[in-house]
Structure formats: C-alpha cells, structure tokens
Design a protein around this ligand. Structure first.
Ligand code: T4K
Length: 381
C-alpha cells in the first residue's frame, strides 16, 4: 500500500458547503413570520424575494418553487411539450425525468467537447415530426450557445427551456441568463451558490405566462372561486425558505468573489499538469464560479479519474463525479434509440474523465494548495 506523504485533512473537505448567513439575520425574519402567522401560500417573504430576484437576475417574471425539479416539470407542462424533446445526457437526473413525468420522450444529443453543453451543431439532425422542444442545460453554470439554440428553435418552431440549476447570476453579453429561451429553471438547493435549503424558480418572459405558472404550481387553482382550472401540482415555496433566501442575498456577490479567487488559484496550479484539463472563461460571460470541474485524461495523466476520486478520499477529500453516469446510461433510458453510445461519443468519453473539485467561499487558499498537491502525489503514487 502507498504511504501518504501529505497528511490527510483533519476535517472532511466536501465538494461544496452551503452558504450560511449569520443566524441573527434569519432569526429577524423568522420573527416577522411568527408575528404574521403566515407561513406559506405566497406570503410576504416570498413576494419580497420574487421582487429582489427580478432585479438581481436582470429579468422580468419569476415564480418561486419548492425545488428546481418541480419548476422544471411545470415548465414542460406550461409550454405544452409533447412527443420528443431534444436534451443532453450530461446532466442531473431531474432534467430528463421532468420530461418523462410529462409523458415526453427525451432524445439525447451529444455534447460539445469544450463547454460540455448540448452540441448545437448536432441538434438539427435529431429533429423529427414529433419534436416539440429543446431542453438545454447550462451545465455547472457554463452557458450554452444560446444564440445558436434560438436560431434552430425559431426555424423549426420549437420551444426552448433552459435548466440553469447552477447558473444563478450568470450573464451573457450583459443579459441575465434567464432571459434566453421561453423559460429558465434555477435551483435553490443547498448545494447551489444561492439557496433556500430546497427551492427553485421559473423565469419566463411575459405576465400571462407567469400567472399561468403560478396557477399550475398552486394545484391549478387561481383563488377560492376558481378551482381545478388546470391539473396543477403543489410546487409552492414556503415563507421559511424565502426568509432564508432573503437573509443571504447580500452575501452572494462576496461569495462569488471568493470562489473566483479559488478558481483562479486552481487554474494557476493545475494548468501545466499533463493530462489535466479545465475550461477557461469565455469572453462576454459573467460567471458565478458555481463549480470547478477538471477532466482527467488517463493516458496522459497516468491515473484514471476513478483512481483519483478513490485516492482523494484517503486524504479526507470528497470530490464528486458530476454528472456520472450519463442519463442515457440509466436503466430507465438506456434502451432509447438516442441513448446508444455510438450516438454520444463525446459525452461517453467525457463522463469518464470529469471530477468536481471542492469549491466554496470558506475554503482557504492553503486548503486549495494542499488539494492540488494531493493530486500530484496521487499521480506519482
Ligand atoms: N438540474 C440540474 C442540472 C441539477 O444539477 C439539479 C440539482 C436539478 C436540475 C434539480 O434541482 P433541485 O430539484 O435539486 O432544486 C445534489 C443536489 O441534491 C441537487 O440539487 C443537485 N442538482 C446535484 C448536482 O447535487 P447530491 O445527492 O449529489 O448532493 P449531496 O447531498 O451528496 O451533497 C453534495 C455535498 O454537499 C455533500 O457531500 C456535502 C455538501 N452538503 C450538502 C447538503 C445537502 C452540505 O455540506 N450540506 C448540506 O446540507 O445531489
């Protein structure tokens, strides 16, 4: 057995840690909720959060949800997707499952080798008479080629939904990422940059649609008199979730700055290591440094991604293989015609290489230095 020269971390280092505002900030808001005796069903905390997010995300219409998955399910319903929808296999399970819950077949399209998002040059060849939309993912907060996707959608009359689970605060050309496509989902899960413990939002581009979404997430009822207008679900965010979100909104810019510093440090330490690759920033994009993903080329690095992942654990470092396996490899989807690996050569290769390294504002540069040193020790072991 190889002996570790670098001491393992005393406390576990996880891939991420949720942002926790000072407890006094949330207590103040909880006191407001207690006084009002209003704890869910579009209370004042939710209303304030919605308004603040409209400004912060530079968009017009936002509906809050109890989680990102229910928001995505409602997006598919509200846009009346049916038949087939073209999507990426390199994502979290919630993306294709939201289609399946709407009786829509996900058609998996290969990904771009640089951005790891849906490869727009391959979308057109997958469109059939049954195709009604494109469900693209800004994986890890890296924007898709939104202009190319819109061009295809316009040409073929398709709806576009973005799964922007990780893309809070990302902008393309100065425009909030939620303004692209017909609808954008954001996740406010604890593992995300901005969170409400569990939570999410749907961004759309007109008032009528927002009203419809708000009805769909409230069982399909508009008010006491107008019930059962549509087959809705319960997708409502509650007041405690919204209060938590409000109490940390002011911390987000600082958190992004800290994370950016960490990402820059990772890049400077890992750039010259043979067989380790990562994405550089694209011009015109405002990033949120949600995640730091490396790709490990086993041949050049000398060790496989799985080996590195396992070895890191011995140092008390818990990296993640996001998003492995591909959704097209899940038992539920593997027999779809589009799932065959020969149709997905880039995704099939990349999914064996990716590793999400620890990234959150509270990590010190000293910790990051050690995480990088460990990677080198693993290579030399
Ligand atoms: N689309 C995409 C592209 C997504 O990535 C996601 C969610 C969705 C849609 C759906 O959105 P939501 O319905 O979730 O709003 C996590 C999250 O549960 C999931 O939200 C997220 N993507 C996915 C990428 O990651 P797990 O099972 O890998 O998380 P877990 O519990 O292992 O946590 C990861 C690490 O975070 C832990 O090792 C330690 C740390 N952690 C986690 C939690 C929950 C904490 O320190 N404290 C905590 O409270 O799925």
């Amino acid at each position: 057995m190889n002996k570790l020269r670098i001491n393992s971390f005393f406390n576990p280092i996880y891939v991420t840690r949720p942002l926790f505002p000072d407890i006094s900030r949330i207590v103040e808001k909880l006191e407001d909720i207690w006084k009002s005796k209003w704890i869910t069903n579009n209370g004042s905390q939710c209303k304030i959060l919605e308004k603040r997010l409209v400004d912060i995300l530079k968009t017009s219409y936002i509906s809050l949800f109890n989680n990102g998955t229910s928001a995505l399910m409602i997006a598919c319903k509200a846009l009346e997707l049916s038949g087939e929808v073209i999507t990426t296999p390199f994502t979290f399970s919630a993306t294709p499952h939201s289609l399946t819950w709407n009786h829509v077949e996900p058609v998996f399209c290969d990904i771009d080798p640089v951005t790891m998002n849906i490869d727009t040059s391959k979308i057109e060849s997958m469109i059939t008479t049954r195709t009604t939309g494109i469900l693209a993912v800004h994986a890890f907060g890296i924007p898709c080629d939104v202009l190319a996707i819109q061009k295809i959608a316009d040409q073929y009359g398709l709806k576009v939904i973005y799964d922007a689970a990780h893309a809070f605060g990302v902008e393309v050309g100065g425009i909030g990422i939620g303004n692209y496509g017909d609808m954008t989902m954001m996740s406010f899960h604890a593992t995300k940059l901005f969170h409400t413990a569990e939570g999410g939002a749907l961004i759309c581009n007109n008032r009528d649609m927002k009203e419809y979404i708000d009805i769909l997430k409230n069982f399909g009822m508009k008010n006491e008199e107008n019930i059962g207008m549509f087959p809705g679900i319960n997708g409502k965010m509650n007041e405690v979730q919204a209060a938590l979100g409000l109490s940390m909104l002011d911390l987000i810019e600082g958190e992004i700055r800290k994370r950016k510093k960490i990402v820059d440090f990772y890049r400077s330490r890992l750039r010259d290591i043979e067989g380790i690759y990562f994405q550089e920033d694209m011009q015109g994009v405002r990033y949120n440094s949600a995640c730091f993903i490396i790709r490990i080329d086993e041949e050049k690095f000398g060790k496989s991604r799985n080996y590195v992942y396992d070895q890191y654990k011995k140092y008390n470092v818990f990296t993640r293989k996001y998003y492995s396996p591909l959704c097209s490899e899940y038992p539920h989807y593997k027999d779809l015609p589009s799932s065959h690996p020969k149709n997905l050569p880039v995704a099939t290769k990349i999914v064996k290489q990716v590793l999400s390294l620890p990234l959150y504002g509270d990590l010190s540069i000293h910790d990051i230095e050690k995480i990088c040193d460990i990677l080198i020790e693993i290579r030399n072991s």
